[in-house]
Ligand binder design. Structure first.
Ligand code: PLP
Length: 470
């Protein structure tokens, strides 16, 4: 039995655990008592870092393009986890690969071989036409890998003087959240308070091949790589003018710079082609894939390149415990199979045309509020007129869409990205655009009267790094 003193200590410890004061112990909350959306949202807010500002909707289960919350309400997915769910939620073929492999072998580490990764390596390189792959997990790790590869190639093959290699990236780019990667970013929120950022970096306007050539002329002998998204996603689905990708290819060849395409979001059928670079028949020197490579099931990323570059990285110089693990490899092979067998790139192309047609009709009804509808395949955005809408933001519109059963997320304060699973039916696409139209017809007039309180200012944000309006 406990003495009075030890009982008091125990009560104190239990009390601290309940309040989350950081003493290790078991949760005092039985799972069965936490099941409603509001309870779960509160719990996450209390115990998780506040590094996101989610739409208040809790995913409980999902199939294809449909998602259900814990209360059983059904929603249509128009975000696809930022294009990680191109094949639709819980695709049966991908789930089968996952469960079968999970029962057999999940991890070997690359200290040994496993019987899945070589098959994945052969499949992905032959599918995209590159000599070799370097497997990682998240997208940001894939980008880090490409940056290291470019520097290493720059020193070994291009003979750039030690520690002087430069990577060029684009204004408005998004390549992830690690330190090297945010060093390329124009997003003040992503960079402020995290300095010093990585040196050896120059920025250029996206879509401006003349400015790119100027940089290459001035600094070409030290530039190892040009990192870019063929369609900028987080910037608001910015599609470059036709001919830009070809011009980039020509300039990279002319000045001996690695052309590094971040296809993490734009690739794997999202833009209506297997790679967005395919729109101009352009072959980058390095391609980075992620997101839908793991079929929305498990993080898998990959860097593709030919031997000339890839063999610059030698044993011990780069890697990841989980990169190329058998579970991820089995899932990635199934994810690639589904994209090909179901013709999802072609489907994305066709449905994208129809989606933009419907969105353009909504724009014609509300020309004051919608300034642009753009995209390629099922990679689309609706840009709102922030002045006409003020103080209503794109986030507020997304909240109303959610109430009407459609899930989308804004990027910046004025753009709504619409990127449904590539398996979505035409009827579901129609339901999504109908909901958007209804938000403008029924909800917006009330919202404009009520004036949401969290929008404080319309001041344009200026990029700390390049001084441009964001
Ligand atoms: C183009 C691009 N690159 C890289 C990333 C980073 O991927 P991850 O979040 O898996 O690190 C993203 C994520 O949105 C992206 O859109």
């Amino acid at each position: 039995m406990y003495s009075m003193a030890s009982k008091r200590v125990l009560q104190h410890v239990v009390g601290r655990i309940g309040k989350g004061v950081g003493i290790r112990g078991f949760s005092s909350l039985p799972d069965s008592q936490i099941s409603s959306s509001s309870q779960l949202i509160n719990l996450e807010y209390q115990y998780s870092a506040h590094n996101y500002h989610p739409i208040p909707m809790v995913f409980s289960h999902a199939k294809g393009s449909s998602i259900w919350d814990p209360e059983g309400n059904k929603y249509l997915d128009f975000l696809s986890a930022y294009s990680a769910v191109n094949q639709g939620h819980c695709h049966p073929k991908i789930m089968k690969a996952l469960t079968e492999q999970a029962e057999k072998l999940t991890l070997s580490s690359r200290a040994f071989y496993n019987d899945r990764f070589p098959l994945f390596a052969e499949r992905i390189t032959s599918m995209f036409g590159y000599d070799m792959v370097l497997p990682m997990n998240t997208g940001a790790e894939g980008v880090e890998t490409a940056l290291k590869l470019a520097r290493k190639w720059g020193y070994e093959k291009k003979k750039i003087p030690t520690n002087e290699a430069i990577i060029v990236s684009c204004c408005g780019c998004f390549h992830g959240r690690t330190l090297a990667v945010i060093s390329m970013s124009c997003d003040n929120e992503a960079t402020r308070g995290f300095g010093p950022l990585l040196p050896g970096h120059l920025k250029v306007d996206f879509g401006d091949e003349v400015a790119l050539e100027k940089l290459f002329k001035e600094h070409g002998d030290r530039i190892a790589g040009f990192l870019f998204e063929p369609i900028q996603g987080e910037a608001g689905v910015v599609v470059p003018k036709e001919g830009y990708l070809k011009a980039v290819r020509d300039l990279c060849t002319k000045y001996g710079v690695l052309m590094i395409a971040d296809e993490i979001q734009s690739g794997l059928g999202r833009s209506g082609r297997m790679l967005a670079c395919d729109w101009e028949g352009v072959r980058p020197d390095v391609v980075i894939l992620g997101k839908a490579l793991g079929g929305g099931v498990i993080p898998v990323s990959a860097v593709l390149a030919d031997k000339d570059a890839m063999l610059c990285i030698r044993p011990g110089e780069h890697g990841s415990t989980f990169g190329g693990n058998p579970l991820a490899s089995a899932v990635a092979v199934a994810s690639l199979d589904v994209l090909r067998e179901e013709g999802l790139a072609e489907r994305s192309d066709e449905l994208g045309v129809e989606l933009r047609d419907l969105l353009t009709k909504v724009q014609q009804q509300y020309p004051n509020f919608i300034v642009d509808v753009r995209g390629k395949g099922l990679f689309n955005a609706v840009e709102l007129n922030s002045k006409a809408l003020f103080p209503v933001s794109a986030y507020d519109i997304c909240l109303k869409l959610k109430e009407r059963g459609v899930l989308a997320k804004p990027t910046h304060n004025t753009i709504i990205r619409l990127t449904p699973p590539l398996t979505m039916s035409m009827d579901e696409i129609k339901l999504g655009t109908k909901a958007l139209s209804e938000v403008f017809e029924f909800d917006l007039p009330k919202m404009l009267k009520e004036k949401p309180k969290h929008v404080t200012s319309m001041d344009a944000d200026i990029c700390d790094r390049c001084g441009r309006n964001l």
